[in-house]
Write a protein that binds this ligand. Structure first.
Ligand SMILES: Nc1ncnc2c1ncn2[C@@H]1O[C@H](COP(=O)(O)OP(=O)(O)OP(=O)(O)O)[C@@H](O)[C@H]1O
Length: 236
């Protein structure tokens, strides 16, 4: 999937929220999106999911099955959780049992009989998450999925993300709490002043430490470190 020269504003005379963004998103990649409040993370995720179209530019090769869990799940719908999930399963062409199984996995079986309007923020968040996963997504977009989740679901979520990515789905997660900081191989996009700065996962996880040794040991230490796969550089 590729974003070419994508810009977005909510109204004709409104401010540009996203400006001239060029991004590529590969199959099986996991991206953590960060940025200050109001920077445009949710807007970028809506563009990726296809909820809003770019004002300028284009988005190509979006996978056909997109799972999207919004930051605030709309609970003002006259359904119980199970009726809602059954309806969403029908729309997505998957058996109703998919929702029940996901509810069990995410510790949400007790919510199935409840009206959507009675759910707490965390429970509504879970229902949003479950509906995004009903059909195996080629693109999974999760907007602040960790906020309001209980501990058990918090630890389950990285496993689910890993499973989607291993099956070839791309996963984009906005996460101001940096819960995915240590997720192996995750890339990072920083949304700032309308731009999206992509940082490669490998590089983002590298750090530089300074090792001071006696001059006559330098060659030996350097050889050892290189043999162990580290990159070394002599300070002058
Ligand atoms: N529906 C909308 N109509 C007009 N402006 C909007 C709309 N949604 C968001 N905005 C504005 O767009 C800008 C970016 O908002 P967005 O929600 O994308 O940021 P965010 O980085 O996700 O913020 P947060 O971390 O607070 O959720 C903000 O100035 C916001 O007020």
């Amino acid at each position: 999937m590729r974003l070419s020269d994508v810009s977005f504003r909510y109204s004709r005379r409104g401010p540009w929220i996203i400006q001239e963004v060029e991004l590529a998103l590969g199959a099986g990649s996991v991206v953590e999106v960060t940025g200050r409040n109001g920077a445009g993370k949710s807007t970028l995720l809506r563009l990726l999911a296809g909820i809003v179209p770019p004002t300028r530019g284009s988005i190509a090769d979006r996978p056909p099955v997109v799972g999207y869990a919004p930051d605030v799940f709309p609970v003002d719908q006259p359904f119980t959780v199970s009726a809602y999930l059954a309806q969403m399963s029908r729309i997505r062409g998957v058996p109703a049992a998919s929702g029940t199984a996901l509810a069990e996995r995410l510790n949400a079986s007790h919510l199935l009989g409840q009206p959507l309007g009675d759910l707490s923020k965390g429970s509504a968040q879970k229902v949003g998450l479950i509906q995004s996963l009903l059909a195996p997504p080629g693109l999974l977009i999760l907007d602040e999925p960790f906020s309001g989740l209980d501990e058990q679901t918090r630890t389950e979520l990285p496993e689910i993300i890993e499973e989607v990515a291993s099956a070839g789905g791309a996963v984009v997660v906005s996460d101001h709490q940096n819960q995915l900081r240590s997720f192996p191989g995750a890339d990072h996009w920083l949304v700032e002043d309308g731009a999206v700065v992509a940082r490669d996962g490998e590089r983002a996880r590298r750090t530089v430490i300074e090792v001071i040794v006696d001059a006559d040991e330098a060659d030996e230490v350097e050889q050892k470190l290189r043999a162990d796969g580290y990159t070394t550089r002599r300070a002058t």
